[in-house]
Design a protein. Structure first.
Length: 189
């Protein structure tokens, strides 16, 4: 039996997506609110640390490490740097361009999830990856257009909902799956 922490990754991703969606909707071109940095940093740190551990150690079966680990690293470091940019009042355009590159990753992953019928609910996972991918892809355009920011907001909220449903469902499933798990250090006693 393996132990995984994809649950906290999914909830951190859902939180980060919701947080980014609300921020982009409130974005006013030049004005920044530095109190937002902590939410970007918190969710970004969780995603970066768990994503790095996942891509280096492969605790999940097969390509699940790729579809959950690699986007977590990309999105995690992006959120951390968005927090830094907001704190410093920097131009967000370079980070939105990098957001687009990460969006393409999620679009490709969404297709993989459907083709290979990955996760317990491939349609929900597909929805989470495709909507986050499209929202991230549109990020540079959202800097100049309030109507595009609304579209991005809707996409990111839909993605956050999909990942939250998957994540909270995984908490329930994992509690059942691991109810009687004993780590190797206790098994021998």
């Amino acid at each position: 039996m393996f132990i995984d922490y994809v649950t906290i990754q999914l909830i951190a991703a859902a939180s980060g997506l919701l947080f980014a969606g609300i921020y982009i909707l409130k974005f006013d071109g030049g004005k920044t609110n530095s109190s937002w940095i902590y939410g970007f940093w918190m969710t970004g740190f969780i995603l970066l640390v768990t994503g790095l551990e996942m891509i280096f150690t492969w605790p999940l079966p097969g390509s699940y490490n790729i579809i959950f680990g690699e986007p977590s690293v990309w999105f995690g470091i992006l959120l951390i740097f968005i927090g830094l940019a907001v704190r410093n009042g920097s131009d967000l355009l370079p980070l939105t361009i990098l957001s687009s590159a990460g969006g393409l990753i999620n679009i490709v992953i969404s297709i993989d999830v459907l083709i290979y019928s990955m996760t317990q609910s491939p349609i929900i996972a597909f929805g989470g990856f495709i909507t986050s991918g499209l929202g991230a892809l549109m990020a540079p355009l959202g800097l100049k257009s309030k109507s595009i920011r609304w579209i991005i907001f809707i996409l990111l909220v839909l993605s956050a909902l999909a990942f939250a449903v998957t994540g909270y469902g995984a908490y329930y499933q994992h509690a059942s799956d691991f109810a009687h798990y004993l780590p190797p250090t206790i098994k021998g006693k």
